[in-house]
Design a protein around this ligand. Structure first.
Ligand code: SAM
Length: 249
């Protein structure tokens, strides 16, 4: 499903129509707004399930209107909700289209990753560097290498810039990594989601130099055999998938 948010909105609209039909048939039901909110949520959840949306969308669709109704009763100023929304938007940015939320590589993964880096001086890029923690740790471990990070979420980018200040071998850039060529990098690191992996592989095939390595945290490229996989002994059992161009099966 390419645009789940659009589908989620459509499910709410259809559920809303169903609720209006119930009101038309049984007008006294308006005396029970919480029941109507529950009905709207149930209809949205069932519709999300029927059209095959992933299960977390059933919960989001089902809970949205009842929660909005209950929270409205708390009398919290709308400006707080707006501020919360803006804050989340600045961190999660266009997750609806990128399908890549924010979660961080843990320190054991950083350690494992540093062990996979070539011994000579290299240029490394993190596609979607989040708060830049991974790059800062690597930049300190390997002062002989250059670490570049692209981030499109304004607040996380600002954070990465601010906390990376002073590290000479760290370069945090604002913008989408899709618009940036991979041609000059030796190691390309991605911790994204399953959704962009086929497109990322096409980009890698077009731009990655033959000597370079693409390392994907947790998400393999579908239909492509990794040159090497590396299991990290962390709690979430992270797997690092390493690809070189020409590795297609
Ligand atoms: C799962 S986080 C990984 C963060 C970091 N690389 C790490 O491993 O700790 C993915 C990040 O990629 C960012 N992102 C997603 N699509 C992007 C794009 N097209 N250009 C730049 N950043 C992107 C998200 O905003 C998010 O911060």
């Amino acid at each position: 499903m390419k645009h789940p948010v659009r589908f989620a909105v459509a499910m709410q609209l259809i559920a809303g129509l169903a609720v209006l039909m119930v009101i038309a048939v049984v007008p006294t039901v308006v005396l029970y707004p919480l029941a109507l909110a529950g009905l709207q949520g149930t209809a949205a959840a069932v519709l999300s399930w029927l059209i095959g949306m992933p299960s977390w969308w059933w919960w989001i669709g089902g809970g949205f209107v009842p929660m909005a109704y209950l929270l409205a009763d708390l009398g919290i100023s709308p400006s707080y909700w707006l501020a919360g929304f803006v804050l989340l938007a600045l961190v999660f940015w266009r997750t609806d289209t990128s399908r890549v939320p924010l979660y961080m590589s843990n320190s054991m993964t950083v350690e494992a990753l540093s062990g996979l880096l070539p011994h000579q001086s290299i240029k490394f890029i993190d596609l979607g560097c989040g708060d830049g923690r991974l790059l800062r740790q690597l930049a300190r471990l390997r002062p002989d290498c250059l670490f570049v990070g692209y981030e499109h979420a304004p607040l996380t980018w600002a954070w990465a810039r601010l906390f990376g200040f002073g590290l000479k071998n760290l370069d945090i850039r604002y913008g989408s990594f899709w618009a940036h060529s991979l041609a000059s990098y030796d190691v390309i690191y991605a911790f994204l989601s399953p959704a962009p992996m086929p497109k990322l592989w096409i980009k890698a095939l077009e731009e990655m130099p033959p000597r370079a390595l693409l390392i994907s945290n947790s998400f393999p490229v579908p239909g492509v055999r990794a040159r090497q996989t590396h299991a990290v002994s962390d709690k979430r059992r992270t797997i690092l998938y390493c690809y070189a161009v020409g590795g297609t099966t």
